[in-house]
Ligand binder design. Structure first.
Ligand code: ZN
Length: 434
């Protein structure tokens, strides 16, 4: 495992973990790991995520529910060959489990009491799952404007406390921010906690081991985008350690309905673009419908990773997402719409037809009953089995569209946060225009 320091992406000020924003300038923080040796990047006798523990930041604990080491399957679609990485088969059915396994391990190291986060979706389920496994408490802040149904019921079933916050997602985000510290580790899965991104590095090693080669392109569904950046960092580890000679182009995919990173990618000034209001239309891909409201500059980390890899940000529309979901279902793969978006993106110009491409399937379809309805045209209004376990409201309807609605309406925290950052071009965006 690798020792690390924490520093600001803008002014480079160091600080101690856990920390969430630079105490000097308010910018996001990142971990700086000591370089990985070739041995660090080779698998160990550990299992799952911890099989590549040498690539991870150092922790003394190693909590696991069997996350990581997810299957990689070949997929032939529309006459082209690709592979899909089934992150949907992690213990709580999404890629977030990798981050939460690392987060609870770090929390135990430091004697923290529990996890706190803002989420209505995969992260809430994952945090509750891993807090339960580690014997920690879990507080989830959820906006009253959300309709999170089944996923929050699942979190309650694991013993998490779900606290409703008047307003929209940005209000829940702010509430989680106020609750962090004093024994609570904030694991809101944007870039707020700089540790979480690091948990995705081993995905690069898993892909190379399974493929026997470095992929040409890796397609990743992105909201804020820590998954894309984490996988990219893993590939740079392998290259810098001398185990590989190439790196893949990282392609981030968003839904047309909410695509602030795609908009910024095409703009001359990334940061200015990210700070412009985002109009969010209804989308099935709620897991990536993130307007970044209140933490706009975090998007720069994802854009920089795509740029450094020679990749791109692309958007796909709702019919393409739906069709990809149906095609995957016909092949026995039941995934959330955000994951289907990655497969839809295989048909875009960002992924050359003859390239060795991998699409990361981020989450399972089983957590959103209306996903099933979209696939078969049925009625999703069946009571949730989880509501029985948790004693919650059985009217657990879908989260589809809830995130989109909450992001579209109401005043945001953006204006309050904008002044926290210096006006000059960021170190992250520097180089974009050259
Ligand atoms: Zn700073």
């Amino acid at each position: 495992m690798r020792d690390f320091t924490v520093h600001c992406v803008r002014c480079r000020r160091s600080t101690d973990f856990p920390a969430y924003r630079c105490p000097n300038c308010g910018s996001p923080l990142v971990l700086d790991l000591v370089p990985a040796s070739a041995d660090d990047c080779r698998h160990t006798s550990g299992r799952g995520l911890w099989r590549y523990a040498g690539m991870l930041p150092r922790t003394r604990h190693a909590v696991t529910l069997g996350e990581g080491a997810t299957p990689l399957l070949p997929l032939r679609l529309d006459g082209r060959d690709a592979h899909v990485k089934l992150e949907s088969l992690n213990p709580s059915l999404s890629f977030k489990d990798r981050a939460m396994a690392l987060a609870v391990s770090a929390a135990l190291d430091r004697g923290l009491d529990g996890l706190v986060l803002a989420s209505t979706g995969n992260a809430a389920v994952s945090a509750a799952t891993y807090a339960a496994a580690a014997g920690l408490r879990c507080r989830i802040f959820c906006a009253t404007g959300s309709n999170a149904g089944t996923k929050l019921d699942t979190a309650r079933a694991h013993g998490a406390r779900v606290e409703l916050v008047d307003g929209h997602y940005s209000d829940a985000y702010a509430a989680a921010t106020r609750a962090e510290g004093e024994g609570w580790l904030n694991v809101t899965t944007t870039y707020r906690n700089p540790l979480l991104t690091e948990a995705y590095r081993p995905i690069a090693a898993e892909l190379v081991a399974e493929l026997g080669a470095v992929p040409d392109v890796v397609v990743v569904p992105v909201g804020a985008g820590p998954l894309l950046r984490g996988i990219w960092l893993g590939f740079t580890d392998l290259r810098d350690a001398g185990l590989t000679t190439t790196v893949p182009r990282m392609v981030g995919v968003q839904a047309d309905a909410c695509a602030p990173l795609v908009r910024a990618w095409g703009a001359a000034d990334w940061e200015s673009s990210l700070r412009e209001p985002v109009v969010v239309a209804p989308t099935a891909a709620t897991a990536i419908a993130d307007a970044l409201r209140g933490y706009e500059v975090e998007g720069l980390l994802t854009l920089a990773a795509a740029r450094d890899s020679g990749g791109a940000l692309v958007a796909v529309d709702e019919p393409a997402i739906a069709e990809a979901g149906r095609e995957l279902a016909r092949r026995g793969l039941f995934v959330e719409p955000a994951a289907a978006a990655a497969v839809a993106a295989l048909a875009t110009s960002a992924v050359p037809a003859r390239s060795r491409a991998v699409a990361v399937l981020t989450g399972h379809g089983a957590k959103e009953p209306s996903v099933l309805a979209g696939l078969i045209g049925g009625d999703p209004a069946e009571p949730s089995v989880f509501s029985v376990l948790s004693g919650g409201d059985p009217a657990g309807r879908s989260t589809l569209g809830a995130l989109a609605r909450e992001d579209r309406a109401g005043p945001s925290a953006l204006s309050a946060h904008s002044g926290d950052y210096p006006a000059e071009p960021s170190a992250l965006s520097a180089g974009r225009n050259v």
